[in-house]
Design a binder for this molecule. Structure first.
Ligand code: DLL
Length: 437
């Protein structure tokens, strides 16, 4: 089934016309109503009228997460605040988050794109969908909720956590569609097994999962454990939340909701736009967003776009699943963090050297973060009692900085490998790129 055949199966020419019309409008709105865009455009000598064809988008400046942080909290709103009916923020726990503001119409678009995606997963009004995404400032909970209700399915807004209860409800309510982040899904399966519940025998017909990177192996494991196909959901707070792109039954790339979000792939070093099929950084422009319209937002997510015919009949371009980042952002337990935040915490302490390495693993399907820190030579000869106290102190400092608890290991002075160029700060053992392994 296709939720909105007219929009999803439109001819490429018709769609380009629609995109251009919407692009011209959104650029004008941003220029007229967001001082940040007016200044950027004026500095570059660009006027909204310069957009005469879709390729003219390349004349426009990029918007970055830092630009949004500077406009914190409401500086990017293109409408008066009374027109904003909901806000969400990015998941970073410290520093200023980025704020996304939604008008009533923006929420309608959100529920439309999510309804399209959930229909791809087979959701109908006869289904019972259990949404384990967090409801709150995180966009996962509400995005899925709006889309599922638009379809008319029965939503169980259980949110994250309470894992045993999730399993009980799944069984008792006869959940048919389950939504989770891949790591939480695998954890859920593990707990179910411990509880003696056979997840293969549940009533599930499909699964939607996203919000973080995963491997082909992880998908196989999820599908095997729950005995249901699992479909990828991509999105980001700044643009909308989940619903920017979703996977159809072909399970081979995600259809980008191009009539609402204009995708480009660029070389993140040279900023050049790349042709179809080449891997690079995804840049997105919101085509109808009223609350916080964004022009050429640099997602830092690495992917490629493809326009070959899809067996499902949709003509929306497809993006490959995300397998890397153009920066060193890590998503650990669903929280975005940068190694620099850990460094900042370490620099506050006299007892340790600023030589550290972050090791991310996923031992029981849940992320674990270990920070190895070199002690100073003096400290290393101290008593164990002292070392334990220091370790606790570092853990507290880091917790304070990034909002999640990590395991700190103190290592001997000069044992963390030095590098000639960029230091290798992060060793991510979760391995997301099957192709490169
Ligand atoms: O994670 C939105 C979302 C919620 C997507 C629920 C899917 C399901 P943020 O917290 O702002 O928003 O994080 C956005 O997460 O730039 C990617 O790096 C990463 N990400 C999101 N979806 C995927 C995915 C939500 N399917 C950032 N695969 C993005 C890989 C993903 N990475």
């Amino acid at each position: 089934m296709i939720w909105n055949e007219e929009a999803e199966c439109m001819s490429p020419d018709e769609r380009s016309d629609l995109q251009l019309e919407r692009l011209q409008k959104v650029v004008k709105q941003a220029y007229e109503n967001v001082p940040y865009y007016r200044k950027r455009f004026d500095d570059l000598g660009i006027k909204p009228d310069d957009i005469q064809k879709l390729e003219d988008i390349e004349k426009l400046p990029f918007t970055t997460k830092d630009d949004l942080r500077e406009a914190y909290p409401f500086g990017m709103f293109a409408v008066p605040q009374r027109k904003i009916v909901e806000v969400h923020t990015s998941s970073g726990t410290t520093g200023k988050p980025t704020v996304s503001g939604y008008t009533r119409k923006d929420l309608e678009v959100w529920s439309e794109v999510m309804a399209r995606g959930l229909t791809m997963f087979g959701l109908t009004e006869d289904d019972i969908i259990q949404n384990t995404h967090g409801y709150g400032l995180f966009t996962g909970g509400f995005g899925v909720h709006y889309g599922a209700q638009n379809i008319g399915a029965t939503v169980i807004p259980i949110s994250t956590g309470q894992t045993k209860r999730q399993i009980e409800i799944m069984k008792d309510f006869g959940t048919t569609v389950l939504i989770f982040t891949p790591s939480y899904g695998l954890y859920l399966a593990e707990v179910a097994e411990e509880e003696g519940v056979d997840t293969k025998k549940l009533n599930l017909k499909s699964i939607g999962f996203g919000a973080e990177m995963w491997t082909g192996e992880m998908r196989e494991e999820i599908e095997r454990r729950f005995n249901a196909p699992a479909y990828n959901i991509y999105g980001l707070t700044e643009i909308m939340g989940p619903g920017v792109a979703l996977e159809c039954e072909e399970q081979n790339g995600l259809h980008v909701m191009e009539d609402y979000f204009y995708p480009e792939i660029i070389n993140s070093e040279t900023d050049e736009t790349l042709p179809e099929g080449e891997r690079g950084e995804m840049v997105l422009t919101t085509l109808t967003r009223e609350g916080t319209p964004l022009i050429r937002f640099r997602t830092k997510d690495i992917t490629a776009l493809r326009r070959d015919k899809c067996g499902c009949g949709r003509t929306l371009a497809k993006m490959d699943r995300i397998t890397g980042r153009a920066d060193d952002m890590l998503k650990v337990k669903g929280v975005a963090l940068f190694p620099s935040q850990i460094e900042k915490a370490l620099l506050k302490m006299d007892e340790v050297e600023p030589h550290y390495q972050i090791i991310v693993t996923r031992p029981h399907h849940l992320d674990e973060l270990e920070v190895q820190v070199e002690t100073s030579p003096k400290l290393f000869s101290d008593e164990v009692k002292e070392l334990v106290a220091i370790r606790k102190k570092i853990e507290d400092y880091i917790h304070n900085e990034i909002g999640i608890r990590v395991n700190v290991t103190l290592v001997e002075p000069k044992t963390i490998p030095r590098s000639e160029g960029k230091a290798v700060r992060v060793i991510d053992k979760r391995k997301f790129d099957d192709k490169e392994d």
